[in-house]
Design a protein around this ligand. Structure first.
Ligand code: PLP
Length: 387
């Protein structure tokens, strides 16, 4: 069967054609494809504004900057996430605070967030783990009561829905970020975006993407630009070069057209796993809450209590069988960098418990039915032999 990874991109000849067109055009970067992709993202997700950048991490960074996170501010996020969800707070001089997860979805628990809010708290960064939306309405109510901003880390969740609206619509948040890394819902190689309905935040995001430069006349600090000259612009903030190229945006536009098909296939695979693997003695399957439609970025199984001590061995055997299983995630505060900052090793009970059990098994749109069967059989066989 060869190697079945946990996730991978799906690129076809249309995608390649679109990229080549841009490579032959006048604009490699800063051209028309960027705005076109931003408009397409807005239309898909139902948000007013989008700012496309060079990675999901860059998107998180400028979102935190636009939110005004500064030295000694706190922002609350999930420990079960890719490190970037917390690092973006550190980039701004802020302090990441980890709120424990709910057992069922492995998403940040609104009640745990509430316990962590204090005078220094500025923002909440919920992560839609595995593509299953966090309970945004609950988080939103709490955030607004306390004057906090919400930045959704929706890196897993392009194409997912919460209570009937698309993730990225920012119906229950101030900003949402996406990643277009090859394992995510759609890809541009590297790439990311911030979506928002707030014009003021939008203006800041644009500036932080491009060195903090302001060019629009009405927003210059100097009052009459005409007296100086037409070359005049201002750097008003310390921004970055987080721009993306036009040929990557051409890929993004082409990929976005296929997103619904990709998600449909991911959902099909999840239901085939569900049918084939439910009621097994060894592990529990991920479930969808009734308020959620998951984009199934990952398929995270949880080893049952009596076998969890064997996780290392099970993981090894699955890899030997050619399954590109992975663990999502090592709780962020466990990394040496965070330990050196003084974070406790067992800060979050549910996150620790989840980490002891979780294994992500392959799920991606180009998986064939026989791959799904191979994976399902291989997993059951490995557990049978080891337990
Ligand atoms: C992938 C990912 C990111 C970072 O995106 P990049 O495009 O790789 O920088 C951030 N948060 C989560 C949860 C991710 O999975």
């Amino acid at each position: 069967m060869g190697y079945v990874p946990y996730g991978r991109q799906r690129i076809d000849s249309d995608d390649i054609k679109e990229v080549v067109k841009v490579l032959k055009s006048d604009w490699l970067t800063q051209g028309p494809k960027i705005k076109e992709f931003e408009a397409a993202l807005c239309k898909y997700a139902g948000a007013k504004y989008a700012v496309v950048v060079s990675s999901g991490t860059a998107a998180l960074h400028i979102a935190c900057l636009a939110a005004g996170i500064q030295l000694r501010d706190e922002a609350i996020t999930s420990p079960i996430t890719f490190i970037a969800s917390a690092n973006c707070i550190l980039y701004c001089g802020g302090k990441p605070i980890f709120a424990d997860i709910e057992e069922e979805t492995a998403n940040i628990d609104p009640e745990e967030i509430e316990k962590k809010i204090n005078r220094r708290t500025k923002a909440i960064i919920p992560v839609h783990f595995a593509g299953h939306p966090a309970d945004l309405e609950e988080i939103y109510k709490m955030a607004k009561k306390n004057g906090l901003l919400i930045i959704e880390d929706a890196a897993h969740a392009l194409g997912a829905e919460y209570k009937g609206s698309k993730i990225g619509s920012c119906e229950y948040s101030d900003m949402a970020i996406f990643s277009f890394h090859p394992v995510k819902s759609i890809t541009m190689g590297e790439g990311g975006a911030v979506l928002t309905n707030n014009k003021d935040l939008y203006g800041k995001l644009l500036m932080f993407r491009n060195h903090g430069i302001m060019k629009s006349h009405s927003k210059l600090r100097v009052k009459n630009q005409k007296l100086i000259g037409d070359w005049y612009y201002e750097m008003q903030e310390l921004g970055f070069n987080y721009r993306i190229t036009d040929f990557q945006c051409a890929l993004g536009i082409s990929q976005l057209k296929k997103l619904d098909k990709f998600i449909q296939r991911r959902r099909e695979i999840a239901s085939i796993y569900e049918r084939g693997l439910k009621n097994n003695d060894y592990f529990n399957l991920p479930q969808e809450k009734n308020y959620a439609k998951s984009s199934w970025h990952l398929y995270p199984i949880r080893i049952k209590d009596k076998y969890k001590a064997k996780k290392r061995e099970i993981f090894c055997k699955l890899r030997e069988k050619g399954l590109g299983v992975q663990v999502h995630y090592i709780p962020v505060y466990r990394h040496p960098y965070y330990q050196n900052l003084g974070y406790g090793k067992n800060s979050c009970f549910n996150a620790e418990n989840f980490y002891q059990r979780e294994i992500s098994i392959p799920i991606y749109p180009s998986m064939r039915d026989k791959d799904i069967k191979y994976v399902s059989d291989a997993i059951i066989n490995v557990f049978k032999r080891i337990t």
